[in-house]
Write a protein that binds this ligand. Sequence first.
Ligand SMILES: CC(C)(COP(=O)(O)OP(=O)(O)OC[C@H]1O[C@@H](n2cnc3c(N)ncnc32)[C@H](O)[C@@H]1OP(=O)(O)O)[C@@H](O)C(=O)NCCC(=O)NCCS
Length: 144
Amino acid sequence: MSHQNTIAALPVPPGLGPDKQLVLRVMPMPADANGNGDIFGGWIMGQVDIAGAVLPARVARGRIATVAVNEFVFKQPVSVGDLVSFYASVERVGKTSITVHVEVWADRKPDAPEQVKVTEARLTYVAIDLQGRPRQLSTALALP
Ligand SMILES: CC(C)(COP(=O)(O)OP(=O)(O)OC[C@H]1O[C@@H](n2cnc3c(N)ncnc32)[C@H](O)[C@@H]1OP(=O)(O)O)[C@@H](O)C(=O)NCCC(=O)NCCS
């Protein structure tokens, strides 16, 4: 028997930017924790880099590389057992670069659910050719 219709979808976080779309959802493991028992900031940064690349890869329709982490703010700690969702929007498309803004939200306490914004970041990716050189984006590019 299927329970597909009886399990409520995760709610969209209140206050999430209207232009944001879900690009990654993952649950950190105990091995991702630091000495305090919270999730290591480097793990979050790595996941943000992966999540941030999703929309630029679609815009660039080819290889991209991270050129800069322009801003990164850890607002709240992430705990083992949190379900962590990454929402992104494209802020700027340049000649060869695409800048994205990423919001990270944690779904916590399954018995008394709450959603907390834990991190915000701005990253820039560059479209590259097979030699790793910047590649000009088509002016006709739009998100598919
Ligand atoms: C990405 C890379 C190919 C860019 O080459 P480059 O010669 O530095 O390129 P440019 O200086 O022409 O800059 C390319 C674009 O990036 C933008 N850019 C460069 N540095 C930036 C920064 N700090 N913040 C925001 N944008 C930046 C430029 O404004 C330009 O954008 P535009 O073409 O849309 O105007 C090169 O720097 C590289 O290979 N870096 C390593 C990438 C990598 O390994 N990433 C993984 C890190 S672990």
